[in-house]
Design a protein around this ligand. Structure first.
Ligand code: PNS
Length: 160
């Protein structure tokens, strides 16, 4: 049986920090599903289809190897998606104690709901401060986001 991991998130937009987690997960697991979810607590910046396209372009550009699928999920719980595709593990990046506090209850609930485990990855130091919300803000105010995002995202947002 292939070992399948899901890397979930809003990816609004995908950052270099996300891409690093995806690349590292792809080295560990047989198959990685990058799943764009709708987070009702967050105001959407880009449509989900644009986010998926940017993830795909960024993975190609960075030549990340491995079996990687890109999907979106808004039909219910993330663990429902995991069960549907046979994934037993979620992989998430943790940049700070704030991230850990946010992720810990979700990790426990996901395990209780469906036995899906969560693996946390620490970021490379150069990505430790990078977030989609920071990218959105700098982009909307006309600043340079190129140090924080894949080239495909920087180009797309500059042309927007
Ligand atoms: O990038 P984000 O917005 O921090 O990602 C949060 C996300 C998408 C992982 C979380 O909102 C999520 O898992 N949503 C799916 C709905 C769900 O399963 N909720 C219960 C989790 S305990």
């Amino acid at each position: 049986m292939p070992r399948i991991a899901v890397v979930p998130g809003s990816f609004d937009p995908v950052t270099l920090g996300h891409l690093d987690v995806i690349a590292r997960a792809a080295r560990i697991f047989d198959e990685v599903h990058v799943v764009v979810t709708h987070n009702p607590d967050k105001h959407a910046f880009l449509p989900v289809v644009e986010r998926e396209a940017l993830i795909e372009r960024s993975i190609d550009e960075a030549r990340i190897e491995g079996q990687i699928r890109i999907a979106n999920w808004s039909m219910g719980l993330l663990v429902d998606y995991c069960q549907q595709v046979g994934a037993e593990v979620l992989v998430k990046g943790i940049r700070s104690s704030t991230d850990l506090s946010y992720e810990t209850p979700m990790s426990i609930v996901n395990r209780n709901l469906a036995g899906v485990e969560t693996i946390f990855m620490l970021p490379n130091p150069e990505n430790a401060h990078v977030s989609s919300s920071l990218v959105r803000q700098v982009s909307e105010l006309g600043g340079d986001i190129s140090p924080y995002v894949p080239r495909a995202v920087a180009t797309f947002l500059q042309q927007r």
